[in-house]
Design a protein around this ligand. Structure first.
Ligand code: NI
Length: 170
């Protein structure tokens, strides 16, 4: 297993629509275990494959509740939201969007169809914070960052800040 570097905004891979996964081979299993290790190390509550430079429809989520519980990971391949209901606003951040957290409006509950690491199909209904995480990670597979849910002004300010930092780093 190895830790993978996490791409950050404005890397163009983060903006691509990721490819559907059809082959569940050893290469995929290695990517999955490396992503889980990378997520725990970051630490993050979730990680999508495009964030480590793989433009494929795969996310991993840490489903442990609270600090007392051991890390528990959920692997979702080709996840699709089939039902959503209600509204909630919660603070989000992203390992690919450095130095920014902001309130984002999301659905309160979602039902997601997905495949596990062996290709078996499942359906899962979740709500509250867990639903936020799944919506955030699935967005990544469609080239969408939580930034895109913010106001034009907030987004413009953030882009300006990143540009400035990039300029001062060169
Ligand atoms: Ni993210």
């Amino acid at each position: 297993m190895s830790l993978l570097p996490i791409l950050t905004f404005p890397d163009p891979i983060l903006r691509q629509k990721a490819e559907k996964i059809t082959v569940f081979d050893d290469t995929l299993q290695i990517i999955i275990s490396d992503m889980i290790e990378t997520m725990y190390d970051a630490p993050g509550v979730g990680l999508a494959a495009p964030q480590i430079g793989e433009s494929i429809r795969l996310i991993v989520v840490n489903t442990a509740r609270g600090e007392d519980e051991d890390d528990k990971s959920l692997v979702m391949i080709n996840p699709e939201i089939t039902k959503k209901d209600g509204k909630q606003v919660d603070e989000e951040g992203c390992l690919s969007v450095l130095d920014l957290t902001a309130n984002v409006k999301r659905s309160f509950s979602v039902t997601v169809c997905y495949q596990d690491s062996s290709g078996k199909a499942h359906e899962l209904s979740v709500e509250d914070r867990f639903a936020v995480i799944l919506q955030h990670e699935i967005d990544h597979l469609n080239g969408i960052l939580f930034l895109d849910h913010l106001s034009t002004l907030k987004r413009a300010l953030y882009k300006k800040k990143v540009k400035k930092q990039m300029a001062s780093n060169t």
